[in-house]
Design a protein around this ligand. Structure first.
Ligand code: ZN
Length: 83
């Protein structure tokens, strides 16, 4: 069973996103829907945070549960990065 994660609309575009934290503790939005080109696996840690881990390409092949960082698609990503 695929876990469901809370989604919300991006502040800059109509996309639905999931807020995650990276393994370095930074906030990162990812696209809510899995994508065949995705390389981000989500999991929930013992603090209840949704953690995004980047999966190496040879391990991502054939997986259908991986998502893309929303920074890839969002037109305002450059602005977000600067914050
Ligand atoms: Zn966006």
């Amino acid at each position: 069973m695929t876990p469901t994660y809370p989604t919300e609309q991006c502040r800059s575009c109509p996309a639905q996103i999931i807020w995650t934290v990276t393994d370095r503790g930074r906030d990162m939005p990812v696209d809510a829907e899995p994508d065949p080109a995705g390389n981000v696996a989500l999991s929930v840690n013992d603090k209840g945070q949704i953690v995004a881990s980047v999966v190496k390409p040879h391990l991502a092949f054939g997986r259908k549960d991986l998502r893309l960082s929303h920074f890839v698609r969002c037109k305002d990503a450059a602005k977000w990065r600067r914050r």
